[in-house]
Design a protein around this ligand. Sequence first.
Ligand code: PLP
Length: 469
Amino acid sequence: MTAARSKSAGSATPPSIDAILNWPEMASLADRYGRVPLREAARDAARAIRQGRIGAEAEAVAQYCREKLGSGFAQSQRRVLNLTGTVLHTNLGRALLADEAAEAALTAMRYPANLEYDLDEGRRGERDLHIEPWLTRLTGAEAATAVNNNAGAVFLLLTALARGREVIVSRGELVEIGGSFRIPDIMREAGCTLVEVGTTNRTHLADYERAIGPETALIMKVHTSNYAVQGFTAAVSARELVALARGRGVPVVEDLGSGTIVDLRCFGLPHEPTAAESVAAGVDAVTFSGDKLLGGPQAGFIAGRRDLIRRIAKHPLKRALRLDKIRLAAIEATLKLYADPELLRTKLPTIALLARAPDAIAAAARRIHEALDAQFQQQGLRLDVEQCRSQIGSGALPLDLMPSWALTLRFERQRPQEGASLEALAQRLRALPVPVIGRLAEGRLWLDLRCLAADEEALLAQQLAALQP
Ligand SMILES: *Cc1c(COP(=O)(O)O)cnc(C)c1O
């Protein structure tokens, strides 16, 4: 490197590109990135030599190409440490898969599978059949199908069952989920006429009753997953709606959104409506996400009455929204864990993270604090262990926060040196080899350790120790 630097004072004539490509120093780069990108990098290196930015010897050129290709080919979507305190963070990819699900997905990726092939009969099969028995067993529904995500499930359900007709929804449930999923928009796109009933805070059974007419295709309930109306409120339960609609021959459907298939209270968490509860209340079809509280890959499920599910599954849009073999394999493995809810606590990361004991989180925070406190003080940074509150995320139970513990970072002095802002600090954490994503609040950077796995503790500590002031 020293030789390269001293040479770089003046420009030099570079070797030919072919000569550069034949240097033994370049062989491993060709293996790794291929000869086409390496030739491009060598051309850039030749230009850098002519301009005197690097030396002309093999080691300097190889180093230049290694860095150029390393940054050019860095994986754009990569692993991060989610220390935001939001367990199901949509921007960070929501649920983490169980080992069982990841292994099943890997096998599906690497080998041919009986995706649509009946091994008993030796003829064409149906892809949904791998997961339908588990979905019906866990929801109590007669039949079930699955598509790309829950937005797709709602869109497909409306298109297949209500296109060109009316769908009744309470004004208190006309939600926007984020990422431009709004119930009124999805209705219009599905070709349905939205019939709004009631008011934002109060809707009564009589409101629905008055709205039912010859053009009514469905009554739809939407779980207001990401907000809550409090105070003087009234909503009609699924059970009451079913009692009203049955007599008129109108199906009732419910979009549960985050909907889980197990009662979260058995893990000390607040109650979130389950698909089984909706089915038990008589709802004719429910929709819910795969990668929210259920803890699987991105998917949307529809469970309900056999005749309705058949109509939905036969619709051409189902083909456009269908799941691939990789996710179907992961979903099947995830659903099997629900056969015994006690398994979930250890095997399903989403439940394990949500049910994690605050004491265990605090202990991790103290261990890292102890290892790094002195060093951070020398850098003019103050590291503290503080109590905080995590949230479930992805719209689930927005008002329920879980007690947790965080490491917080702030500047020791009142007025930090120039450029030493908290934003700049957060940016440096995001630039680490495994980016660390925290949250800025109250003049500190908060690193909520709820989602830090035991085997990630050393990684976080090492990375923080390597942070330069
Ligand atoms: C999250 C959510 C959706 C969308 O689900 P995706 O799986 O993200 O497509 C739809 N409806 C409700 C009520 C939701 O909470």
